[in-house]
Design a protein. Structure first.
Ligand SMILES: Nc1ncnc2c1ncn2[C@@H]1O[C@H](COP(=O)(O)OP(=O)(O)O)[C@@H](O)[C@H]1O
Ligand SMILES: [Mg+2]
Length: 263
């Protein structure tokens, strides 16, 4: 369908072992789909498969990726990366080249859109302002180690948006951040979704993140999607034991918070 990025019947294998099977997801403009599930359930591999970026040794042995109703082959997927679909990963620090300034990171990405030095710098400053930096000109000259984890995560989001993608895949974007920075990054994603009409896939194991930002939720377990529902429906009427267990763990944590703060 027009405007959508769909994954149908995804199957991934490594050395004869099935890691992900029969996974279907649909991203829509302006909507956040949360992908939740325990560690090792297949969330990251599913996300990477949407970009045709699987790690060595992992093969796609089934499934189709469909953009605007058109199935994408390998070349089609390569052309989508960055331009139609942006990616934000978990550990900001390991995603940057430590010996290259922030400006050069932008320059390399923006070169793909034909922007040269001056124009690339102007665009980088705009993008950094869009992700909440009050003084972007101070940021572009810095090296990654001169920025905090939360700042780097916002820079990574700005880089992911540099080529104006319609979809953003965010794989545990706040896991390595403290609570205050997590909230900042989530607010930012919410604003970008509204302002740019982005379709977002938000991978997380944190149900408070889901409650805050998601429209729909897909629950993964053992490489499969076991439940998929609108967010309110899932919180009120979880159908699968896996989902109930996630909700119970979430509620236990929430109830633990006030006493933790008091202590
Ligand atoms: N490069 C790889 N080669 C072989 N198996 C892998 C590779 N990457 C991940 N896996 C396996 O695939 C499964 C799903 O991994 P992953 O998608 O990273 O899970 P999640 O992101 O939900 O924690 C796990 O069992 C993991 O061990
Ligand atoms: Mg993962």
């Amino acid at each position: 369908m027009t405007g959508r990025l769909e994954l149908v019947g995804l199957r991934l294998e490594a050395a004869g072992r099935v890691l992900v099977d029969d996974v279907a997801l649909c991203l829509q403009p302006g909507k956040v789909l949360a992908l939740v599930g325990a560690s090792g359930s297949g969330k990251s591999l599913t996300t990477l498969a949407l970009l045709g970026l699987l790690p060595p040794g992992v093969q796609r042995t089934g499934g189709r990726i469909i953009l605007d109703g058109i199935e994408q082959d390998t070349a089609g997927l390569a052309a989508l990366r960055g331009r139609t679909v942006g990616l934000v990963q978990q550990s900001p620090r390991s995603s940057f080249n430590p010996v290259v300034t922030i400006e050069r990171h932008f320059r390399e990405t923006l070169a793909l859109a034909g922007l040269r030095r001056g124009a690339a710098r102007t665009r980088a400053l705009e993008l950094l302002a869009e992700v909440g930096f009050d003084h972007p000109a101070e940021i572009v000259g810095r090296y990654p180690f001169q920025l905090s984890g939360g700042m780097l995560q916002r820079v990574m989001i700005a880089l992911a948006l540099a080529l104006d993608p319609r979809f953003l895949l965010a794989d545990e974007p706040t896991t390595d951040l403290d609570t205050v920075l997590q909230a900042q990054v989530l607010d930012l994603l919410g604003r970008l979704r509204a302002r740019r009409g982005l379709g977002v896939l938000l991978v997380t194991h944190d149900l408070s993140v889901v409650a805050r930002l998601a429209d729909h939720v897909a629950v993964m377990a053992g490489g499969r999607i076991v439940e998929q529902a609108a967010v309110g429906e899932l919180f009120q009427r979880p159908r699968q034991p896996v989902t109930r267990a996630l909700l119970e763990a979430h509620l236990a944590l929430c109830q633990g918070e006030p006493s933790e703060l008091a202590a």
